[in-house]
Design a protein around this ligand. Structure first.
Ligand code: UDX
Length: 444
């Protein structure tokens, strides 16, 4: 099939690489000439394990090309994917201006009947709006072409995006057109050899499915984080509680790891957007509001524990905290809505110095904290500890799981460890001689 993918961000580029891998001919369009130039030179502008070799290989075979000109990509395409950003607006709703702009351009340049796919996360009703915008342009041109607009939300996790795309749990396709459903089934058949994985439903239900999935996962995280906070106060250990409840197959073990609060480009934005959608529809979203409030509190939780610890020693001002991990989760350079930002802002606002390390997100972090003189980002995880009064782990990178604790101890002025991801066992930390604070367990 001939595909045109508009937007070479995270979703667009991963989709393009995976579709090209299966033999489709894919033209990617991006308005940013620097990004297109880089991709045409064979390098990838986002960090995602496995993506760059895949892009190189399909590019070399001629199945994957990049351009800034939408008209070139759209002319011969059977199917166009809208994968542009939908950034949050100050009120939490999605900014759809890029989606609308692309829809109008598709209408201006399409040369044959097409299926247009909304892959960007968009509020319910957007596919209908996109179809309206395309048809308006077709009418202006006076051409008689047919367009079906399909909702096909993505469920990719950063860091696992390639395997999520190649072996999806499900492929959700929202359309009322049997013809469009057949095209989409054909396109996804190689990824979902078990046809049961392809779920066809109405367009609005598909749009809603994306929000419901992310909000359900965010709810699980806020739930376990609230349980963890209660555990800390009542002398229970949330790790045991997690194992205890996860063994019930109705609950399951996944996505109930307590931590520093959820971040990233999806959960915070999607929870806010669904809150707005609910309010606009006259529904008071009590649960979603609580999910968001608990997460905001959780992002500050570890900073509060540091402040409580240092309160008897004159507070955190002038003291230095080493920090391991800045990205919102492991295996990504993404700092969007990362808990590290909240923790650092909380502690530096009280005068604490932070010396941090992240294996991949350091450059992004440097630009975020460029104006904060109390933040230093260093190149080695152990350098963070030199002369610091304690260490905090914020992101669960594998290289932090089994570090040289004797070395950490010798570098810190005191053996003090705040573990925002519950990477270590309290008993082994006691053996190493650390005062150890983790999530969901009373103080060491
Ligand atoms: C998420 C969804 O998982 C994915 O399906 C969707 O397409 C995009 O949004 P992503 O944002 O890449 O993916 O990250 P994910 O792995 O889901 O983690 C989100 C946040 O929740 C991270 O901050 C992570 O640290 C946190 N988290 C996750 C927890 O705190 N506990 C958990 O048990 C799981």
């Amino acid at each position: 099939m001939k595909l045109c993918i508009i937007g070479t961000g995270y979703v667009g580029l991963v989709s393009a690489a995976c579709f090209a891998e299966m033999g489709n001919t894919v033209t990617c369009v991006d308005v940013n000439p620097a990004v297109v130039e880089k991709l045409n030179a064979g390098s990838v502008h986002i960090f995602e394990p496995g993506l760059e070799p895949m892009v190189r290989h399909s590019r070399a075979d001629g199945r994957l090309t990049f351009t800034t000109k939408l008209e070139d990509g759209i002319a011969q395409a059977d199917c166009a994917f809208i994968c542009v950003g939908t950034p949050p607006q100050p009120d939490g709703s999605c900014d759809l201006s890029f989606v609308r702009q692309v829809a109008s351009e598709i209408g201006q340049y399409m040369q044959k009947d097409m299926v247009v796919v909304d892959k960007s996360t968009v509020p319910v009703g957007t596919a209908d709006e996109v179809r309206g915008l395309i048809e308006k342009e077709l009418t202006k041109r006076g051409v008689n072409l047919h367009v079906d607009v399909v909702s096909n939300p993505e469920f990719l996790k950063e860091g696992d995006a390639i395997s999520d795309f190649m072996k999806p749990d499900r492929v959700v396709i929202g359309t009322d057109s049997e013809k469009a459903a057949t095209v989409m089934r054909e396109l996804y058949a190689p990824f979902a050899r078990n046809r049961d994985k392809i779920i066809v439903m109405g367009v609005r239900s598909a749009e809603m499915t994306k929000y419901a999935a992310n909000c359900m996962l965010a709810t699980k995280i806020s739930f376990i984080n609230e349980i963890a906070t209660i555990c800390e106060r009542v002398g229970a250990d949330v790790r045991d509680v997690r194992t205890g409840i996860g063994s019930d197959s109705r609950i399951g073990y996944q996505f109930i790891y307590p931590g520093v609060g959820y971040g990233g480009s999806c959960f915070p934005k999607d929870v806010k957007a669904l809150i707005r959608t609910a309010e606009n529809a006259g529904v008071r979203p009590e649960l979603l509001n609580a999910v968001e409030a608990v997460n905001a509190r959780q992002k500050k939780h570890m900073a509060s524990r540091v402040e409580e610890y240092f309160a008897p020693q004159g507070g955190v001002a002038g003291k230095t905290l080493a920090m391991w991990g800045l990205a919102f989760k492991a295996n990504t350079d993404d700092m969007r809505e990362a808990a590290a930002i909240t923790i650092i802002n909380e502690l530096t606002s009280k005068g604490m110095k932070i010396r941090a390390f992240d294996p991949v997100a350091a450059d992004n972090a440097r630009s975020i904290f460029a104006d904060n003189k109390l933040v230093e980002i260093v190149e080695d995880q152990y350098d963070t500890c030199q002369g610091a009064q304690g260490l905090m782990v914020v992101t669960e990178w594998n290289q932090f799981r089994n570090p040289d604790f004797a070395r950490v101890r010798s570098l810190l002025t005191a053996p003090l460890l705040f573990d925002g991801r519950n990477l270590y066992s309290p008993s082994s930390m006691a053996d190493h001689g650390f005062a150890y604070f983790c999530i969901g367990r009373a103080n060491a």
